[in-house]
Design a protein around this ligand. Structure first.
Ligand SMILES: [Zn+2]
Length: 405
């Protein structure tokens, strides 16, 4: 799996290869013993299956002799599986690096591996090659495991355990490649699909189409997980794919729409901004919120911005006490600000990261406007429906030239 930068995973570094740090997420430490346990538990079912698929017998009796042998083999096979996933991620990463994309890390987590790329190139050929490299490496790993499996002679416990592990990895790597090539965006197959679609249409449109296929696929996978005996792993995976497809789609649409658009172009400028003072009572504030349909106001003391107050701040005060409290008692003084010449996408990411719905726009310490999530979404709607912001008379209001230096 590939992911652009920015993630909140709690992980720690265990080493590096090709100059790329390898990290383990905390959730990986939960899932590894689960895999080891499940493989050990199902060893008796796996052995005849693998023997049949690969056409060479593996000695079941010596491997399933005791709990120690079963779970020992389970552990080795689970570790081998995750090492295979690392190979897969290195496949993506090394091709990406050839295109000059920086890779901050490869992380193993609950649902496998993630290569964190600084960015994913929009050139369809590059994206195609980066996306397909992982599954190709998995198939190659599977082939190598199969060749080694054929070469290792049957024998005692160690040889049979080695043969089982190699046979298991041969099959699982091919399965891994096939699974990743399903067209569910953001899986590799989804990226391949987007790259192919982007040959003949704009990148944002290709993303939306690939994301829709991904969401449809996620719903089918989730339903299958439910019907196939409530398979929690599949349900979690389906949920993850659905969310990831939706957010990637939104992101790419916004990226395309907001190319060259700055905060100053879409913010509510100072002259149209409704503000409150620190002395405004909470009763008056809530009355104005209702009348002016705003859920947040900058708080100005004279010309100076001293805070921001939102509906949730006002709700902290009991309804009967709202005459007794003033804005300065509840407002947020820790201000999130942005300059008017910052890109809208950059500002939107700042909002997401800080979990706030609005940013004060300050140029040289002076308030020039307010950018809310609503401003961003309204501008996005206008751009999407008309192709640019300039056809809308309201949004062409620019920040004062002498202020935006
Ligand atoms: Zn992949």
């Amino acid at each position: 799996m590939l992911r652009p930068l920015a993630s909140s995973m709690k992980s720690f570094r265990v080493g590096s290869a090709f100059g790329i740090p390898i990290k383990l997420d905390l959730t990986f430490l939960l899932i590894l013993p689960v895999f080891a346990y499940v493989i050990g538990l199902q060893l008796g079912d796996w052995i005849p299956l693998l023997s049949e698929w690969l056409g060479v017998a593996i000695d079941a009796d010596v491997l399933t002799a005791s709990a120690a042998t079963r779970y020992g083999i389970g552990t080795v096979a689970a570790v081998g599986l995750f090492v295979s996933i690392l190979f897969h991620e290195f496949g993506h990463s090394l091709v990406a690096r050839r295109y000059g994309v920086a890779i901050s890390s490869i992380t193993l987590w609950l649902l496998g591996g993630v290569a964190q790329l600084e960015s994913i190139p929009e050139d369809w050929r590059k994206e195609f090659n980066i996306a397909i490299a992982g599954p190709i490496v998995s198939v190659a790993t599977g082939v190598v495991a199969y060749v080694l499996f054929v070469l290792v002679p049957p024998g005692g416990f160690v040889l049979e355990a080695t043969r089982f592990t190699l046979a298991y990895l041969a099959v699982m790597n091919v399965f891994l490649a096939a699974f990743n090539m399903l067209p569910g965006f953001p899986m590799d197959g989804g990226r391949v699909l987007r790259a192919l679609l982007a040959r003949t249409r704009p990148h944002a449109q290709a993303t939306q189409q690939a994301a829709r296929v991904g969401q449809l696929f996620a719903i089918m996978l989730g339903l299958f997980g439910l019907l196939a005996g409530f398979n929690i792993f599949l349900i979690i995976l389906a949920f993850f794919i659905y969310i990831a497809a939706a957010s990637e789609s939104t992101r790419s649409v916004m990226n395309a729409a907001f190319e060259d658009v700055q905060v100053g172009d879409v913010m509510t400028p100072r002259e149209r901004l409704d503000v409150v003072t620190p002395e405004t009572t909470i009763a008056e504030l809530t009355e104005r919120m209702f009348r002016e349909r705003h859920t947040g106001y900058p708080v100005l003391d004279g010309d100076r911005v001293v805070g921001i107050v939102t509906l949730s701040d006002a709700r902290e005060i009991n309804e009967v006490e709202r005459d007794a409290y003033r804005v300065e008692d509840v407002m947020t003084r820790d201000l999130r600000t942005v300059a008017s010449d910052v890109s809208v996408m950059g500002a939107f990411e700042t909002m997401q990261r800080n979990r706030v719905g609005r940013l004060l726009v300050l140029d040289d310490g002076e308030l020039v406007g307010l950018l809310s999530r609503t401003d961003v979404m309204t501008a996005l709607d206008i751009i999407k429906s008309s192709g640019s912001l300039s056809s809308d008379p309201v949004s062409t209001v620019e920040s004062n030239p002498e202020r935006s230096s």
